[in-house]
Design a protein. Structure first.
Length: 304
């Protein structure tokens, strides 16, 4: 009898922490799908030195995803190419919009087409950066994102904000350095957490575009952030826990999509189950709508 009880206990623990498939989330939970570092790869390639799946593969997967009502789509930044290419940016943002992304962190590559274009993108797409200030003139600055975002899904409330690592100011083009200012991430993060706690959200998520070590320093000082999705360094990070905060990152070149399933516990808190969906340019199907955009892009480039 003791052996049976022991087996049941072990099985129960295994069941609690087993990651269900992407379409099998319980009704009471929430699923966050997260990406980063697309680096302008609308299409991909089989390049031996640096294979890239491209947005064309991720888009097919996301368009055919079940239980979208349970899902929040987030990106930690650098979705654009590092080189100026407004036509490519137009197509990439259009695909993100079609796929229904809820939040996209501003990375240094989102500035590749200039601050005026970035402000245009902000008016049409869910770009976020709460410590980034755009200064068209010496006497005039605009806070890029003023308020945190509150997302309600499946009877859960998620609070979201984004931080741009001050060290990344070095990577901004010289002609833009005086137009872009980065405020203290500790002060801004503390303000955002306070505002979200006042909104009584269930979960606070930070899109941190920058260095892993600096993200760790932030959560060592600022309490109350449940999850950080990291962009820029292109690391693959699977649920690292720093104090009471989990940090994840989906790796390089947009080749992987993070799938984080969050289930509330009856006793309070959450169970986090994280997996990655890897994409292969040769093996995975194309999204037909993205393929049309790629063809349009190359056709226009030929005209130029």
């Amino acid at each position: 009898m003791k052996k049976i009880s022991c087996f049941f206990a072990v099985s129960l623990v295994f069941f609690m922490f087993l990651s269900p498939g992407a379409g099998e989330l319980k009704k009471s939970g929430l699923r966050i799908l997260y990406s980063a570092s697309l680096n302008g790869n609308l299409d991909g390639c089989t390049c031996k030195s640096n294979p890239r799946a491209g947005l064309i593969k991720r888009a097919y997967y996301l368009r055919n995803l079940e239980n979208r009502q349970d899902t929040v789509l987030l990106d930690a930044g650098d979705i654009l190419d590092a080189m100026q290419d407004p036509l490519l940016a137009e197509h990439i943002f259009a695909v993100y919009d079609e796929l229904g992304y809820h939040g996209i962190a501003v990375g240094e590559q989102e500035l590749s087409n200039g601050f005026e274009k970035l402000l245009e993108y902000k008016s049409d797409f869910p770009l976020l950066s709460h410590n980034l200030y755009i200064c068209p003139t010496e006497d005039s600055c605009v806070i890029f994102s003023l308020q945190p975002v509150v997302i309600r899904k499946n009877n859960m409330t998620l609070g979201l904000f984004s931080i741009f690592d001050p060290r990344l100011h070095l990577f901004i083009k010289q002609e833009l350095k005086n137009k872009v200012k980065v405020k203290d991430p500790f002060v801004i993060a503390e303000n955002m957490v306070t505002l979200l706690k006042e909104d009584d959200v269930d979960l606070i998520v930070l899109l941190y575009h920058g260095y892993y070590e600096n993200a760790k320093k932030l959560v060592n000082k600022i309490k109350g952030i449940n999850l950080i999705i990291l962009g820029h360094e292109q690391q693959l990070i699977d649920l690292k826990k720093i104090n009471s905060t989990f940090i994840v990152s989906p790796g390089k070149e947009g080749n992987s999509l993070g799938i984080l399933e969050i289930t509330p516990k009856k006793s309070g808190g959450f169970i986090f189950n994280n997996t990655f969906k890897d994409f292969n340019y040769s093996a995975d199907p194309d999204d037909e709508f993205v393929r049309k955009r790629i063809d349009q892009y190359y056709d226009k480039m030929k005209v130029k």
